[in-house]
Design a binder for this molecule. Structure first.
Ligand code: 6R9
Length: 649
């Protein structure tokens, strides 16, 4: 993407000031407090973070040093020991929170469960014993492939309790994708369910695990939760029912303290090249980032009932369903199924039914709600809501205003939160009640975040000029490396500009210093808020016998943010037909998961390439968007390729 395209995003000038009422109760008091704390956090990061870490986390052994930064590797809170699950559970026991709901669950069929902190602790302790009896301990990898049910949260916390590293794989991923992730981290244990409910149908999770494990020899045990009661095969000596393992396990568990830098989880995410990257997060810094940002960005109050619609398979589910909220002693609401089942008003129904106070969702969902029509919203009161959040992709000002008016009834501030799997926690976001809001802007950096918009050479660009979004100082919840591939970690994030973290996003800063994120400027697409690497889609396509070569690009889409368009060259002997198009779409869905199913497949006689043989995606993007190919085409090897692709349009 060129600077020109980055700056051409629409200018939005509306300013929405916090209401006096919200302001009066805001956790941080006033904007002056934000400014003072922010200045301290970036000018004296060690004092600031040292103080926060002591205040917000429960330590088994105090840390000796706040930060060791040897770019691009950071270590935080050296010498300190803590247990993450203890920080999310045990710390609330023996307090007024003990019998407070930690989690309210609603299944798609309508079943509801409420689990208090005391009960959640009990479940996690039992599970921790079960893990230990299986020989799962510190540093072992555990794959979690589950629906959004309470057991998924328990599984994550039990891993943390025994020091095992979890890798949650979103239930929408294919057996193939699951296998690759298990193999990459050599997981010993898989936790799954017979199935999960989605739009009235069962997603066959256990059957997918069985298929994945045909090619994943590291797995010794599979633990299965009974959720849907569908028929499954249990493999003797390998598979155990969660409920049976449960029997006899003690319900208290003495948690050990682990080093502040002990790995907590690996989460695979798409990059611009090659296979998914195993982003590694560690314990204390990550937890502190999640806890502090949850408390301030969501302005958490003791009586809040917080609903984040993200699946735990994504980072938002890790940081802002589980770790950030439970460490604050909040009540989380989780929902298993689709937002439009049985009707498109499911969310609004649940908000009224459970008296939910905070909703954190994605622009793609908001745009779907808009499309489904206001009538579905107007049937419900929604008067329990006091704060709304947005994450995953840029929110267009129209969607922002609709969310503000229809859902928030102009009463609820909206926090548009920019961050990534790699950043672990929210990096740019307003503080509700303090920050005047501009629809479409994630506004200002959170504590400790030094964000800049720079040009190709790393020089800060003037205000209102587009450029690359970078972070110039380390922060506690940053990723530590990529699992098993430190070279790729250095290359992917820290080499674009030496010793500076490159986000992959384009942005501009306006005259007030507010950030406007434009979206990915690398070869990563954002389709309905899901990160998809063009390289992954291309390699899925070329694994099909009819495909010689493929190129995937994004095209702006009113609902999905970006739509996935692929150009395919067939091998000799294969004919371009509509059934083949359909077959290729399904093939990609089978290889990666249906989230990566291409929206459009176009057959091409050849792809536009540079003289050195690189596919010119910029040109394909222009063709996919239906525009005329502009800009420099002098590096093209053969212009007739472009001419024939355009003629087909
Ligand atoms: C948390 C999460 C990260 C990418 C990121 C950016 C986009 C996320 C955004 C946003 C504009 C926001 N993104 N939040 N863009 N405004 N508020 O989504 O992590 O799945 O790793 O995606 O999502 O492009 O680089 P992840």
């Amino acid at each position: 993407m060129t600077d020109q395209t980055i700056t051409s995003v629409s200018r939005e000038h509306r300013l929405i000031r916090p209401s006096a009422e919200f302001k009066a109760q805001a956790n941080l008091g006033s904007d002056a407090t934000y400014k003072r704390l922010y200045a301290e956090s970036v000018n004296s990061p060690e004092e600031f973070w040292g103080r926060q870490a002591k205040e917000h986390l429960v330590w088994r052994k105090p840390f000796k040093k706040v930060l060791r930064w040897s770019p691009p590797h950071a270590e935080w809170f050296l010498g300190g020991k803590l247990n993450v699950s203890e920080n999310c559970l045990d710390r609330h026991l023996g307090t007024a929170r003990e019998n407070k709901a930690a989690l309210i669950f609603e299944g798609e069929p309508g079943d509801v469960r409420t689990i208090t902190y005391k009960q959640l602790h009990f479940h996690v302790c039992r599970l921790a014993h079960i893990f230990e009896n299986m020989g799962i301990g510190a540093g072992d990898r555990v794959a979690i492939y589950m629906p959004m049910i309470p057991e998924a949260v328990m599984a994550m916390l039990a891993c943390a309790r025994v020091g095992a590293i979890h890798t949650v794989v979103f239930g929408g991923f294919s057996p193939e994708a699951l296998k690759d992730r298990i193999n990459d981290c050599q997981a010993k244990l898989v936790i799954t369910a017979d199935g999960g409910w989605r739009r009235g149908k069962i997603v066959e999770l256990k059957a997918n695990v069985d298929r994945a494990l045909e090619g994943a020899p590291s797995v010794q045990t599979v633990m299965v939760v009974r959720r849907c009661g569908n028929e499954i095969t249990m493999v003797d000596g390998r598979d155990v029912w969660w409920k049976e393992a449960w029997l006899g396990a003690p319900n208290t568990h003495e948690a050990k303290g682990f080093d502040a830098e002990h790995p907590l989880f690996i989460l695979y995410t798409s990059g611009s090249t090659g296979k998914p990257k195993g982003v590694l997060h560690t314990s204390a810094g990550y937890l502190l980032g999640c806890k502090l940002s949850s408390q301030y960005v969501f302005d958490l109050k003791e009586n809040d009932r917080y609903f984040c619609s993200a699946d735990i398979g994504w980072v938002t589910g890790h940081s802002y369903v589980v770790y950030g909220l439970l460490s604050n002693g909040a009540t989380i609401f989780i929902y298993e199924g689709a937002p439009n089942h049985p009707e498109p008003d499911r969310f609004w129904q649940m908000i009224d039914r459970h008296g939910l106070t905070i909703l954190y969702t994605a622009p793609t969902a908001i745009r779907a709600f808009m499309r489904w029509g206001d009538n579905y919203v107007l049937r419900h009161r929604l008067d329990s809501l006091r704060l709304l959040g947005s994450v995953g992709e840029p929110i267009n000002p129209e969607a922002w205003m609709w969310y503000h008016r229809m859902i928030g009834k102009k009463r609820c501030p909206i926090v548009d939160t920019w961050w990534q799997t790699e950043t672990g926690a929210i990096m740019i976001a307003p503080l509700p009640g303090l920050t005047p809001l501009k629809p479409g802007s994630a506004t200002r950096p959170f504590f400790g975040v030094v964000a800049k918009v720079v040009d190709e050479r790393g020089r800060e660009v003037p205000r209102n000029t587009g450029g690359k979004l970078v972070i110039t100082k380390p922060w506690p919840s940053m990723l530590r490396t990529l699992w098993g591939d430190d070279e790729r970690y250095k290359k992917a994030y820290w080499s674009e500009i030496k010793d500076v973290y490159f986000t992959g996003d384009g942005a501009r800063q306006d005259e007030d210093g507010y950030f406007w994120i434009v979206g990915r400027i690398d070869d990563v697409l954002n389709v309905s808020g899901h990160r998809i690497g063009t390289a992954e889609v291309e390699s899925a396509l070329v694994s099909h016998p009819a495909v010689a070569e493929a190129a995937a690009v994004g095209r702006p889409d009113e609902f999905k943010g970006q739509a996935l368009v692929v150009f395919v060259c067939l091998k000799a002997g294969h004919t371009a037909t509509d059934p083949l198009k359909e077959e290729l779409r399904s093939h990609v869905a089978k290889e990666i998961g249906s989230l990566a199913r291409p929206d459009v497949i176009r057959f091409a006689a050849a792809l536009p390439k540079t003289r050195s043989g690189k596919i010119m995606r910029r040109i394909l993007k222009e063709i996919a968007t239906g525009g005329i190919v502009k800009g420099d085409t002098t590096t093209l090897e053969d212009f007739s390729v472009v001419a024939s692709l355009q003629a087909e349009e």
